[in-house]
Structures are given as C-alpha cells and as structure tokens.
Design a protein around this ligand. Structure first.
Ligand code: IMP
Length: 176
C-alpha cells in the first residue's frame, strides 16, 4: 500500500510483469517493423518510462521523438481542440508508432491520430501500455496493447495523481 497525497493505492501490476509484457510488445514491433525504420512518437509526460523500456527492447533501426498534447476548449460550438506540441520530424511517408501510457476515453488519442494523419504518414499505429476498454468513448483500433485494465484510476510507472507518483516502479490502483 502507498499513500499519494490524500489517497491510498495498492499494487496492481508489479514492475516485473510490466517489463515482461513490454519486452513481448517490443519483440512484436521489431518483427512488424523490420526494414521500415519506424518513428516512435512518445506522448509526454505519462509515457516516459514505458517508452524508455519499450524502445530499449526494440531491435530494429528506429527513430524516437516526443510530443505533448495540449487540450483546450475553444468555443462551446467547436468543443475541445487538441494541439500537438513539439513534433519536429516530418512524418510524411514514415511508419509512425505513437507510444502512450494509457488510453481511457480515447478522446486524446483519436484527436492526436487525426492530426498526425493529416501529415500523411505511410502508416500510423498505437502502442499503449494500458487500455480501459470500458471507458472508451470512440472506436479506436489499438494494435499494440500491454494490458486491458478495468475502469479504475491507476498511478506509478510514469502515471501520476496530481503530478505525484510517476516515480513508483510498480503500477498501483486506487483503493476502494
Ligand atoms: P483519455 O481519456 O483517453 O483522453 O486519457 C487522457 C489522459 O488521461 C491519459 O493520457 C492520461 O494522462 C490520463 N489518465 C487517464 N486515466 C488515467 C489513470 O488511471 N491514471 C492516471 N492518468 C490517467
């Protein structure tokens, strides 16, 4: 059990299990992207640990880049907009794999993919450590998923509660 600010969390997935699954994903990516020189685009901040562990186990030549996603309400009529910050590479004609820590409602990811698609990559896939399928509000094809998890709040291994707990090696779930 661990206390983060006002909340208590219990271990959900130990680091060893995460690393075992992450190296399986990396092996799958290495097979699928042999000779394609993929560009991994990790979404900060949450994916920094997963991205580091995943990409270190990818055995084919690849490039790595980082973006942040800034969501904001523009006007009531247009709803939420998403701005992709920091992508310096030209992704036209590239094989792009977006690396994310968690897909929850999937709204962030679907807007990010829509923006990346405009730049005409040769292919575009998602590698996410965690997916809360029951919470997804949009139908998104997620090719590389580490773990499908219940719709509960998790922290650790890069994921935060109010900025804290990213440093915890294991993944924790909020206690009932
Ligand atoms: P979305 O609902 O799929 O758009 O999720 C957007 C973002 O919410 C994710 O990239 C995470 O940063 C954050 N998030 C969603 N669920 C959790 C959670 O259980 N713990 C920590 N952050 C989360």
């Amino acid at each position: 059990m661990v206390q983060v600010k006002d909340k208590q969390f219990e271990v959900f997935l130990p680091e060893t299990e995460i690393l075992a699954r992450t190296s399986q994903l990396a092996a799958q990516l290495s097979r699928d992207y042999a000779n394609k020189e993929p560009l991994f685009v990790a979404v900060l901040n949450g994916s920094f640990i997963f991205a580091a562990d995943l990409i270190r186990h990818v055995s084919v030549p690849c490039h790595v880049s980082f973006v942040r996603v800034h969501s904001y309400q523009s006007t009531a009529s247009t709803g939420t907009l998403t701005e992709v910050i920091g992508l310096q590479e030209n992704i036209e004609g590239r094989h792009v794999v977006v690396v994310e820590d968690i897909v929850d409602t999937a709204l962030t990811m679907s807007r990010l993919l829509a923006q990346l698609r405009e730049q005409m990559p040769a292919s575009l896939e998602v590698a996410t450590l965690l997916c809360k399928r029951e919470a997804m509000q949009t139908d998104l094809a997620l090719k590389y998923v580490g773990f499908d998890i219940p719709n509960r709040f998790v922290v650790g291994y890069g994921l935060d509660y109010d900025g804290f707990a990213r440093n915890l090696p294991d993944l924790y779930v909020l206690k009932d």
